[in-house]
Design a protein around this ligand. Structure first.
Ligand code: GLP
Length: 632
């Protein structure tokens, strides 16, 4: 069945849970090629009938690969867009069309400038309209959609609040195009694009839920683990104006198109035994039993046969006997993930430990996509590794300069300038000149201009200092911190980074030089366009180049989660507990990132939640836990 086909009568067990048709694809590029092929068919079919096609379009990182594929179809396969009329979902209020964050500019750069769509066929809400003219302008937008014959196919992404377009929680089923106040979470998510939350517009103009549901077909795309929870709620939960994407359940031709990671919280993926038969291997049993324990709020060892039977997990008992036996084996499995020796405990039997004892010490390479990621996610583990005598290296993959606000750069440049004046000798005059230059460049570029090379360098240096200070708190001397400055970051911007072979070369060179026994890395579950994902891909691609070398065979890769989500208990292969003092030490390290908003950095809560979950399973009660998954 094609993505755009009508779903028809829902048949299978899984669809008892999924109330909107959901197609799971391998990854975003597979999904986007499939969708683009369907759109191309629709366009060609209408061309044959001498008719127009009306497409509703979306912005954000989600549809970028879809637009790329449409451009490819145009350039390489001659697909014409002359008969296509487009309506965009939304636009920030107060941004001029050429503002670097306006959706108008986004659409031109990502699609319209590369295809043959007639200019007059493009419709995007006007973000520059004055407040007293907003109402009229929105009515006019609705009228234009109607005059075009309504939208044939509406493309959608989904925000973390479950919004479609900018229909934030509280948007009603019948809402039409209007101005809306953006939710705090949405503004936070856009903070990196706008170089700080304070600069994100407070209002936007968006098609209403009613306008969107008026389209003949709807396809909502979602990629990456950070969308998994909201996708599950929108697809399986109740229809509610708290999650505007849930209204798709009321449309008779709507499809969620999601990748593996974004589908991971759907019942058929998360609790597959509830929707069909599964193979009860160790991993699946661990998953089911930890879920039962959380569900009944009972430690694993107190689960009884009825708990298994009543929750659809009775099959485990058929295969393995009584709850008593299963409980003990899963309890042991979870218990053995806990270790205070993340690099392995030398001279001990390691058959039940997450990491092997030998060699000791190990060469450990910790990758941090942005300067603060590793300290935030595994500061406690770094401290232990250093204390336990391993040769630890922290590889900071990108400079992180885009995260540093102008204010921080201004502060440093001003101090440098003043120092040059105070000392007033020749050796400092070069510094003084440089500082004045930076201050002038900052002034000139304004809030949203691109940083000059000097400004970028200063911002990167500020973070270098901060990450060195943070690493030192975790026990790592500054020589142990290496800066990769991956080129894709220096050339790109958030949500639009493009990794190339050059990035893989940099990572390969580092791996080859260091030949680690242990690697810590993050990123595989995040949004495919996210910086963390690209950094992770550079490691995977680089490792692939050395796959036949013996050191790679002897190297274990441990994955940590960035801030997007916590690991479920069943996913954890190594749990490194932290005492209150160790947690405090980690917080002290995190506080060294003074130029970055502390809101973005707090990981205490996540580590404490993991510890609470372990406690609830019946493990020892720790203050906090850092968790890792072994790369399979
Ligand atoms: C914004 C847009 C939405 C988009 C959402 C998710 O809020 N108004 O249309 O779906 O961002 O963005 P992304 O695709 O980058 O995750």
């Amino acid at each position: 069945m094609s993505i755009l086909d009508s779903p028809g009568k829902q048949q299978t067990q899984k669809e008892l849970y999924e109330k909107t048709r959901t197609v799971i694809v391998k990854d975003s590029s597979a999904g986007c090629s499939q969708l683009a092929a369907e759109v191309a068919d629709l366009i060609r079919q209408r061309q044959g009938e001498n008719k127009n096609v009306v497409l509703g379009l979306a912005t954000g990182s989600t549809p970028v690969p879809f637009y790329k594929e449409l451009i490819r179809l145009h350039q390489q396969e001659g697909l014409s867009f002359k008969n296509v009329i487009t309506f965009n979902l939304d636009e920030y209020h107060g941004l001029a069309p050429d503002h670097r964050e306006s959706y108008n500019r986004f659409m031109r750069e990502q699609l319209f400038d590369h295809i043959d769509i007639p200019q007059e066929n493009i419709n995007i809400p006007d973000g520059t309209v004055s407040l007293d003219a907003v109402y009229e302008s929105c009515l006019d937008y609705e009228k234009r959609i109607e005059e075009a014959g309504g939208i044939d196919l509406q493309i959608l992404g989904i925000g973390r609040t479950g919004h479609i377009g900018f229909n934030e929680p509280g948007s009603s089923r019948d809402s039409r195009t209007r101005m809306i106040t953006l939710d705090r979470i949405t503004r936070r998510d856009a903070a990196a694009d706008f170089l700080g939350e304070a600069h994100v517009p407070r209002h936007a103009i968006t098609m209403g839920v009613g306008t969107i549901l008026g389209a003949k077909r709807l396809v909502l795309m979602a990629w990456g683990g950070n969308k998994a929870e909201i996708v599950q709620q929108a697809v399986e939960g109740k229809v509610t104006d708290r999650i505007s994407a849930s209204f798709l359940q009321e449309h008779d031709n709507a499809t969620f198109l999601v990748d593996q990671a974004a589908s991971s919280q759907l019942t058929r993926m998360h609790l597959p035994w509830l929707v069909g038969s599964v193979e009860w291997d160790r991993k699946m049993i661990k998953r089911a039993v930890t879920w039962l324990s959380h569900r009944f709020e009972k430690p694993i060892l107190r689960l009884v046969d009825e708990d298994y039977n009543e929750s659809g997990a009775g099959e485990i008992l058929t295969a393995s006997g009584r709850a008593y036996n299963v409980n003990i084996s899963v309890f042991d499995l979870v218990k053995h993930t806990i270790t205070g020796w993340p690099g392995g405990k030398p001279g001990t039997d390691d058959t039940q430990r997450p990491e092997r004892a030998e060699p000791h010490p190990k060469r450990v390479l910790i990758f941090s996509p942005e300067p603060s990621d590793a300290v935030m996610s595994l500061g406690g583990t770094i401290h232990r590794l250093v204390e336990q005598g391993h040769e630890v290296k922290l590889a900071v993959q990108t400079s992180g300069s885009l995260r540093v606000p102008d204010l921080a750069a201004q502060k440093f440049a001003a101090v440098l300038q003043e120092m040059a004046q105070v000392i007033g000798d020749n050796t400092s005059s070069a510094g003084g000149e440089y500082a004045s230059q930076v201050l002038a460049q900052l002034e000139e570029k304004g809030l949203f201009g691109d940083d000059s090379e000097d400004v970028k360098r200063l911002k990167a240096l500020i973070l270098r200092g901060e990450v060195r200070d943070a690493a030192l708190v975790c026990g790592l001397e500054s020589e142990a911190v290496v800066f990769q400055d991956l080129p894709f970051y220096e050339k790109g911007r958030y949500r639009q980074f493009q990794m190339t072979d050059e990035d893989v070369d940099c990572t390969a060179a580092l791996l080859e030089e260091y030949q680690p026994h242990q690697i810590y890395a993050t990123g595989h579950l995040a949004d495919p366009s996210a910086l963390q994902t690209l950094c992770y891909r550079s490691i995977e691609d680089a490792l692939e180049r050395f796959k036949d070398e013996s050191w790679v065979g002897d190297c274990r890769v441990w994955l940590y989660r960035g801030k997007e989500s916590e690991m479920n208990s069943y996913e954890i292969d190594m749990a490194v507990p932290m005492s209150p003092e160790q947690l405090e030490l980690k917080s002290e390290a995190i506080r060294k990132f003074q130029s970055i908003s502390q809101d973005e950095l707090d990981s205490r809560g996540r580590n404490q939640t993991t510890a609470k979950r372990y406690d609830q399973l019946g493990m020892a009660e720790y203050e906090a836990i850092e968790s890792f998954q072994r790369r399979g």
